[in-house]
Design a binder for this molecule. Structure first.
Ligand SMILES: Nc1ncnc2c1ncn2[C@@H]1O[C@H](COP(=O)(O)OP(=O)(O)O)[C@@H](O)[C@H]1O
Ligand SMILES: [Mg+2]
Length: 588
């Protein structure tokens, strides 16, 4: 085993002298307590180590012991339904259950196995060989995979029964005639992306139930989105809302370096939530990684890699996975602190020059893929960014923007006006939208792309016209422009606004979104025609249907589609009355 002795230590980093062949990223145990760390630099007879656990009390001369392997996590059936720290140690097990109100504590470690293979079968890396269940009659099964770097012919396969997740249940004979033992769980180094057979183009949408996302700034399965926003603009609520409602099969929620109370929603509320689709506890298809600000800063780095590795593991089972990371800025700050203590030359904002590469590598792990075993899986990544004083020109925002395809910018003014979600429709964008139009078309909304463009154009116009109106006064604008302002307001209130706390409106199905988009478009068409034929904008603004459209998201629940039909009739009737005999404006 490689050994070294501490020469210098400062907070989460230390330097140690050695004659042994340590490797970069090798995991180490430091001091008598065996504090976990990782080699981050090799320099002649000196190694630099970052500590993932509290190093208080460590001093020069204390031993550093190499583990001959990079920082790795155990991936297996024990992950789902549980809460872990950034090093994937259970926070929901014995003695730690203050974090979880009992109900969803999963028995750690033992699972019911159903074999899927027999002796003689040739298995390659990533192939499923068994199913694991919490109980013999449990409906939900997880696949047990051959580790990606193993392969061979099945020599023995354990029979149906209960086993510990790290107990060998499968013996493979590899090409050299060696026997390999495989358990339900296997270990994987977190910094190494898990291999896939093929990366596929992103598609179809990862539906979130949030209108402003699904219709204006949609993210595709396998896509990558960032949520930049100043303090209190709604990043956490948005990511939590997506975690609850998006149509991923497995959710990985990563709290990275935020204060404990910021994670309270996930830790207190999620264990009590029902999955709207199945009525089962939502936590059954979630893994929560809770790295809070009171943990050593370097653990944030570990938590980010751990989270994405766990997410890839579920993707490799052919599942649709979504990972929410809140907040990647805390990870970047940890990189800055470690780099600063090492005396590295600081780049912009004091961040190390490699910040950009790290962000790129992280988001690169989002993808839709063909797995090693030939299934389709996807991993969609959404990361919050917390720019200090909402300054989007700071390095973490700028660099992240280079690597994501979706930019969901939270706007302080909107948040202050309690307009939620406070996503700014002007600076936000989606590079996935064009690809996804086909999917909406197949859902019976061939006009989706055109309507979306129309909404976006109108919202841009609004910004321009409001600027003019501030100078000239609103009344100085010609009727057509006043109508644009009216319609833009309607889209904001009647479509984009959606409270995460409204029982009827916190989730909108594609069908509801299509109906609402269609009604609003119809309103605009009729209003434009009416103004074109001389009807005063004020009369349109006074139509009863306008109030009803503004509130329809809140008013009409998912199953009440006939109420949309009623609104449509009301809309036609209201406009019909406008163009009646007394409706026409007298030409002056
Ligand atoms: N979508 C939403 N619907 C309703 N209220 C929201 C929404 N988003 C944010 N809020 C309100 O704003 C507060 C701050 O949001 P939060 O997500 O904690 O901000 P951040 O994580 O950006 O600091 C929340 O406690 C909530 O009251
Ligand atoms: Mg937050």
């Amino acid at each position: 085993m490689n050994e070294a002795a501490i020469r210098w230590i400062s907070g989460p980093v230390l330097r140690a002298v050695t004659r042994d062949p340590f490797r970069i990223h090798e995991a180490v145990h430091v001091g008598a307590k065996g504090v976990l760390g990782e080699v981050i630099r090799l320099h002649g007879e000196e190694i630099t180590v970052q500590l993932f656990e509290d190093g208080t009390g460590l001093k020069p001369g204390d031993p550093v012991q190499g583990q001959e392997a990079p920082l790795s996590v155990r991936l297996g059936p024990g992950l789902l339904g549980n809460i872990f720290d950034g090093l994937l140690r259970s926070l929901s097990g014995e003695g730690r259950d203050f974090l979880l109100p009992g109900r969803f504590l999963l028995p750690a470690g033992r699972f019911h196995l159903t074999p899927l293979v027999e002796p003689g079968r040739i298995l390659k890396g990533g192939d499923p060989f068994a199913e694991a269940r919490l109980a013999p009659d449990a409906h939900a099964a997880q696949l047990c995979l051959v580790p990606p770097d193993r392969a061979g012919e099945v020599v023995t396969m354990a029979g149906r029964g209960e086993y510990a997740d790290d107990e060998p249940v499968l013996t493979l004979r590899d090409g050299q005639g060696r026997n390999l033992q495989v358990a339900m769980s296997h270990s994987w180094p977190v910094r190494v992306p898990r291999p896939v057979a093929k990366r596929l183009p992103v598609d179809p949408p990862l539906l979130t139930g949030q209108r402003i996302l699904d219709c204006l700034f949609p993210v595709a399965r396998g896509g990558k989105a960032m949520v930049p926003g100043g303090f209190g603009t709604g990043k956490t609520v948005l990511l939590e809302t997506i975690a609850k409602w998006c149509d991923a099969e497995v959710i990985i929620y990563l709290g990275c370096g935020e204060r404990g109370n910021e994670m309270a929603g996930v830790l207190d509320e999620f264990p009590r939530l029902e999955d709207p689709k199945t009525g089962r506890p939502l936590m059954e298809r979630m893994v929560v990684i809770a790295n809070t600000s009171n943990m050593p800063v370097a653990a944030r780095e570990a938590s980010v890699y751990t989270g994405i590795t766990v997410a890839e593991y579920f993707r490799d089972q052919g599942l649709r996975v979504a990972l929410m990371a809140d907040s990647t800025s805390r990870w970047a700050e940890a990189l800055r602190e470690v780099s600063g203590r090492l005396g590295e030359l600081p780049g912009e904002g004091g961040y190390p020059a490699y910040l950009s590469t790290r962000l790129a590598e992280f988001y690169e792990r989002a993808a839709r893929v063909t797995t090693l075993s030939g299934k389709n899986g996807s991993l969609t990544v959404m990361g919050a960014v917390s720019p200090p004083s909402s300054d989007f020109s700071e390095p973490v925002t700028i660099h992240t923007k280079r690597y994501v395809r979706n930019f969901w910018a939270l706007d302080r003014k909107r948040a202050q006006a309690r307009f939620y979600p406070a996503i700014d429709p002007i600076s936000s964008y989606s590079e996935d939208a064009d690809v996804l139009a086909l999917w909406w078309s197949k859902q019976g909304a061939p006009a989706w792309a055109a309507q979306r463009r129309r909404f976006l154009t109108l919202l841009e116009e609004q910004t321009r016209l409001e600027r003019m109106a501030r100078i000239l006064g609103k009344d100085a604008l010609p009727p057509g422009q006043r109508l644009t302002l009216l319609c833009a307001e309607l889209i904001n209130d009647g479509f984009l606004r959606q409270s995460a706390f409204s029982v009827k409106d916190r989730y909108a199905s594609p069908r509801k979104q299509i109906r609402m988009m269609g009604l609003l478009t119809r309103f605009m068409e009729r209003a434009e025609a009416a103004v074109g034929s001389g009807v005063a904008v004020e009369r349109i603004a006074a139509l009863p249907i306008l109030r009803r459209l503004q509130r329809m998201g809140e008013d009409i629940a998912e199953e009440e589609y006939e109420r949309f039909d009623a609104l449509e009739q009301m809309l036609e009737a209201d406009f019909g009355a406008l163009s009646g005999p007394s409706g026409e404006e007298k030409p002056s």
